[in-house]
Design a protein. Sequence first.
Lengths: 191, 393
Amino acid sequence: MPERVEVRWHGRGGQGTVTAAKVFADACLSGGRYVQAFPEYGPERSGAPLKAYNRISDTELRMHCPVLHPGIVVVADSTLIDSIDVTEGAPENAVFIVNTAKDPFEMRKKLNASANQKVYTIDATRIAIDSFGRPLPNSPLVGTLAKITGIVSLETILEDVKKSFGKKFSQKIIDGNLDAARRGYEEVKEG
Amino acid sequence: MPKIVAVTGNEAVAEALRQVNPDVCAAYPITPQTDIMQRFSSFAANGKVKTEMILVESEHSAMSACVGASAAGGRVITATSSQGLALMWEILWIASGDRLPIVMPLVNRALSAPINIHGDHSDGMGARDCGWIQLWSENAQEAYDNTIQAFRIAEHLDIRLPAMVCMDGFIISHSITRMEYLEDEKVKSFVGEFKTLNPLLDIEKPVSYGPLILTDYYMEYRKAHEHVMSKVPGVVKQVADEFEKMTGRKYGLFETYRLDDAEVGIVVLNSAAGTTKDVIDEYRAKGIKAGLLKPRLFRPFPYAEVGDALKHLKAVCVLDRADAFGGSFGPLFMDIASSLYIQDKKPLMFNRIYGLGGRDYMPDQAEHVLNELVETAKTGKVQSVKEYIGVRE
């Protein structure tokens, strides 16, 4: 793992994007890492575009401002790509993870990603509907992010999903989210 | 073993308050503080603390209830932000004038109008001179640590003054970071049993609070307040030393970062200090001798110590996340200028206003200021004493 991983999440209000950033940060605590997770607070309307951020580092995190050059960009809702430049500030070796049923090569073209940038797709909404009956792509995306970054194991992610959903939801929903995170980890495609 | 967690600043402060387990809490919700008191009332409702929660209809009432409960002889807390603090203003002076050691987290937020819920320091600066102790915090860990230490400082028998613990709204209050929680037992024994002093409820020894004092003694009373304020820095250092022994985390009246051999320096409060430190490291790597001073004890302000720490610099920029309208300069600049006034040799100084209403303080703003500092040190000339940065023209 590089010394510091910076993630920018693009989602819509109500999709669980902020929760996903929180779960990922919590899971990355293991191994003595420093973590940050924070959304960009606006008028929190359901369906409105929002951004959230993660920083994960081996050294103390002192920056208290949005991530400008994310090494990883997670797009929780691919319809955002039509209205927002999700590639803004992404470095030459950035990695994009897009929630879409579309082919990863098609997504690469749509993002106009350069040769050194990587594009991964995961049909997270479909997985979520299959696993717990609601179109909330956050659990599969956390699984995908764990796989792509390699900084945290699937087991740790699953424990954290259990911990963060365990407080509020029934066993059925928790199991569905665990299954969804596992499938997010396993079913990601590279384009 | 301390517990390593990933939590928000608000969550961390609520946890500190749970561990301290005060007698009485009266609070009214206001963004971005609400989250602290929502969590704390859950602790109370679930029996995790024995605190008596008082429901009130405004912040004016919250502080009034705190005054009553504190004078009665209890360990008392509240928390607020922005307009909430503004509405308390009248009673803030009564809490300090009556020497009541109330502890209040202040989640810094801009003042209306226009209405804005985000982080800036206008609220805390407005209560700068009301006789309270103010501790400012860069991140969740510092907010947590300062909250615990605030009880010891406020309740010290030589002090007995109310204390507010400031942290940046949203930037810290709502962001998740890694930090360490102390064990409940350690916090409990560090804070110790609350010592009552002249409690109203002691009917064997009746006392009066808030009597009328006119021209005969009012001035002596105020001088006594100034005198007790002068003892605060010593207590802050003593409490910090004990805290360091327990945790390994070092606190003082202020923090200096790469300042001793620096030629230029930035003075800044709270979260922006963290971002600035990272940029200072980049400039140091380029061979530029830059440093930082971050006040922690802002009231009473340790003028002599701050002046000593800054006097060797060639140029200093004070970054203010509030303006003092009509006062020409930002409030922090005015204190830093006062600190250096008494020094024979002093740096060139300028003031930049940043981040109002939660406008992001980005690394390029720190770079801009450092470049200007280097230029000022080289030419010996200050381009302009006060400007807004990160603002549309």
